[in-house]
Design a protein around this ligand. Structure first.
Ligand code: KG4
Ligand code: ZN
Length: 379
């Protein structure tokens, strides 16, 4: 099966230094989509150390379908999770007997895959008599700058992932206000759909970014949806349609045409995020005064062009731009373990009675932007 990546930086030395520590030593499990990820993290809020961060990607299983097939993902997670967890402990130089807490993503995400990771985590915790911590995948992404950079509260976040696109005011542990969000597609979904349309592989984000490097961003004048509308809500559906129409108009597509469409598309996303993140920073200031930083998190935050655009906005606004390293942008277990560390320290940890759910908004008080219904708001 696909790629396995390990973070092995000085794990043995860190493990040795750890022996005297009384901070939580957390096994973090992430299976909300197509990454089977387990990590070991130790520390406290704003000062935690990643001892291992193992990600077993399944992209090759889903590539033939152009997107993640939930049942295939769930079956693959149940085949690999034990080995991935063992590898995370081995790389960390940690024995399971030393672990103090087990954390797993309980939502939002694909139900079958979520159930595999959460059930595995609960079983390990129960067998070892450890506390289990249920983690929100979105909160884990939002807290990742505190893990990588020790970013201080309060800070503004552009959460850009395969299933989400929203601006969030991160005010303190467990306190998040949505400043704006997508009214249709997620940011990563726009990249993935553009890639699929152009015959590029799944996941589309990295493919589009790669193709765009050789492209002319000024060739296609794609729209910047909702740019003229007040506030910082986002929309990517119209952009997707514009890409489809351009591709149909230009077909048959040469590699250069594909590169030009990718560059123009990415440029449109960068322009829209520039306008909207500036407004999000203004909304943040109205709500909570100046933020300590503008952070970009989630898989799409791996994109260099988008990072530069957001960094430019932060600079113009007089704040710092923060983006976690690539290993912490895509789905990973370290952010899940770290989220548990924050929740435990704040006395806000949710335990094994927490229901695994496909929908779990970060700001439960905010009105649903889309997908309200029986299972709750999608975003
Ligand atoms: O956060 P993530 O790993 O999973 C979710 O929580 O959804 O995000 C995955 C998304 C995918 O849509 C993928 O295409 C996108 O992140 N992505 C990128 C890049 N790398 C990953 N999008 C744009 N540029 C990239 N370099
Ligand atoms: Zn994610």
């Amino acid at each position: 099966m696909a790629s396995i990546s390990r973070d092995t930086r000085g794990a043995a030395g860190k493990a040795k230094a750890r022996r005297s520590s009384r901070d939580p030593l957390v096994l973090g499990i992430e299976t909300s989509c197509d990454e089977c990820a387990v990590a070991v993290v130790e520390g406290r809020p704003g000062a935690a150390t990643i001892l291992s961060n193992v990600v077993w990607g399944q992209a090759d299983l889903h590539t033939p379908y152009g997107g993640v097939v939930p049942e295939i993902a769930a079956r693959a997670h149940s085949r690999t999770i034990d080995a991935v967890a063992g590898e995370a402990l081995r790389v960390a130089g940690v024995d399971l007997a030393e672990v103090t807490h087990v954390a797993a993503t309980a939502g939002p995400g694909l139900l079958g895959p979520l159930l595999v990771g959460a059930t595995f985590g609960k079983a390990v915790a129960s067998a070892r008599g450890l506390e289990f911590v249920a983690v929100s995948h979105l909160e884990a992404h939002v807290l990742s700058p505190r893990l990588s950079h020790g970013t201080a509260w309060p800070y503004a976040v552009a959460l850009l992932s395969g299933g989400h696109a929203q601006f969030v005011a991160a005010l303190g542990p467990g306190t998040y206000r949505r400043l704006g969000g997508t009214i249709d597609d997620a940011a990563g979904e726009a990249f993935d759909k553009t890639a699929k349309l152009l015959g590029l592989a799944y996941p589309g984000g990295p493919e589009v970014e790669r193709a765009a490097r050789g492209g002319d961003a000024s060739r296609y004048a794609f729209p910047t949806p909702l740019a003229s509308r007040e506030g910082c809500d986002l929309s990517f559906a119209g952009l997707k349609t514009a890409v489809r129409l351009a591709a149909e108009r230009t077909a048959p597509l040469s590699p250069q045409d594909v590169a030009d469409i990718c560059a123009s598309f990415q440029d449109a996303v960068a322009r829209v995020l520039t306008v909207k993140s500036a407004r999000a920073l203004a909304a943040f200031a109205d709500l909570a005064g100046p933020p300590t930083a503008l952070a970009a998190v989630g898989g799409v935050a791996a994109n260099q062009v988008l990072r530069e655009a957001l960094a430019g906005v932060a600079e113009a606004y007089g704040t710092t731009f923060v983006a976690p390293p690539l290993a912490l942008c895509g789905d990973n277990g370290a952010m899940v373990a770290y989220c548990a560390i924050e929740r435990l320290a704040a006395g806000l940890a949710e335990g094994s009675a927490t229901r695994v759910r496909s929908r779990w908004p970060l700001d439960e008080a905010a009105a649903p932007l889309l997908g309200a219904g029986r299972r709750g708001a999608k975003a």
